[in-house]
Ligand binder design. Structure first.
Ligand code: ATP
Ligand code: MG
Length: 327
């Protein structure tokens, strides 16, 4: 069974984008392989964050994983910072990724854009190094991510090639897997921008009440005209809502276009809101149940042990290959 690896940064309240592009996807593929799913709390330190907020968000991500149906008996769920091999391997791997390629990463450019150069943390720049370590530590072949993370997985692939050329077949080649629909959910207030938990505009948060979710969809920015048609270039607002509806209902864009032929934006938005509420109602109830049960701490503790044992094997292999291992 191939190993599957992915993570979410506990930088803020999770969004519908994280749900569709990541969490829902994880639960869909979990029994196709052996998943290692983590909460990327070390990555969350790459931009300023309040310690208590980070602690709360981290446990929240774990609770949302479980609420989405991830089975801790099958999927290893853990905190990145609980497993020291991630940091140990990153220190080694930083020597095999170069300044030029790191400075070309879109996420780095986006997130550092408004910062003064003297104030940009090294961790933000080196983010893809730690992410490459996260990936290769488990010999994972399959990396389910949203579209925005594909560039980082590609860089991890470059690193694997470079490393193996020098030391032999030490690291396993990973591959990004993006969902056909829902790989990039856009902001409801600016459908040309990605919905991101750290950019508060136009997000639907998983913590929003069902009424607030409905309201946000009803007031989503739409496009000129009145046709329900999938055309991201000319109708980004409607296309984004169609993507949300399609990924939650399983209906194709053609089916949705047919269903709403001759109907207005109001009817269509109501249908999108209904689909979101139908999906979120049981999910949010499950989340509350899990938070109340105290299951999260137990899952994280057991997950950390399993992740450590699995990753130690790879770390040792790398240490031996580069000459750091004495035996
Ligand atoms: P941040 O603003 O802190 O970067 P984020 O919302 O981009 O937060 P990440 O923790 O960076 O979330 O990403 C977690 C996972 O969710 C990744 O696989 C990412 O590709 C996916 N993802 C994030 N935003 C979206 C989106 N709008 N649509 C689909 N997938 C998304
Ligand atoms: Mg992100």
């Amino acid at each position: 069974m191939d190993r599957i690896l992915s993570g979410i940064k506990p930088t803020g309240q999770l969004t519908l984008g994280n749900y569709i592009g990541a969490i829902k996807n994880f639960s869909r593929v979990q029994y196709d392989g052996e998943p290692f799913l983590f909460i990327a709390d070390l990555h969350a330190l790459t931009l300023p964050i309040d310690p208590e907020v980070l602690r709360k968000n981290s446990r929240d991500v774990a609770a949302y994983y479980l609420a989405a149906g991830l089975d801790p008996k099958h999927s290893t769920i853990f905190l990145q910072s609980d497993v020291s091999t991630h940091s140990e391997l990153a220190i080694i791997l930083q020597n095999y990724l170069y300044m030029g390629e790191l400075s070309r990463m879109t996420q780095f450019k986006d997130k550092s854009q408004k910062m003064k150069e003297e104030a940009i943390g090294l961790g933000l720049f080196a983010y893809p190094v730690l992410m490459a370590a996260d990936i290769v530590l488990y010999d994972a072949k399959r990396i389910p991510v949203g579209e925005d993370q594909v560039q980082h997985v590609e860089l991890a692939r470059d690193l694997v090639k470079r490393f193996n050329n020098r030391y032999g077949e030490v690291l396993t080649m990973p591959r990004a897997e993006v969902a056909k629909v829902g790989k990039r959910i856009m902001s409801l207030s600016d459908p040309t921008k990605k919905m991101s938990k750290s950019e508060p505009k136009g997000d639907i948060y998983l913590s929003d009440s069902l009424e607030v979710m409905r309201k946000k969809i009803m007031s989503a920015v739409t496009d000129l005209g009145h046709e329900i048609k999938y055309d991201p270039e000319n109708k980004p607002g409607i296309s984004n809502l169609m993507t949300i509806l399609s990924s939650l209902s399983g209906k194709s864009f053609e089916e949705i276009e047919k269903e709403f032929e001759g109907k207005g934006y109001g009817d269509f938005k109501r249908a999108v809101a209904d689909a979101v509420v139908k999906e979120m109602e049981p999910f949010k109830a499950k989340y509350e149940e899990i938070v109340a049960s105290g299951l999260v701490d137990k899952v994280l503790e057991e997950g950390a042990k399993k992740a450590y044992d699995a990753s130690k094997v790879v770390l040792t292999r790398v240490q031996k290959a580069v000459g750091l291992y004495r035996k």
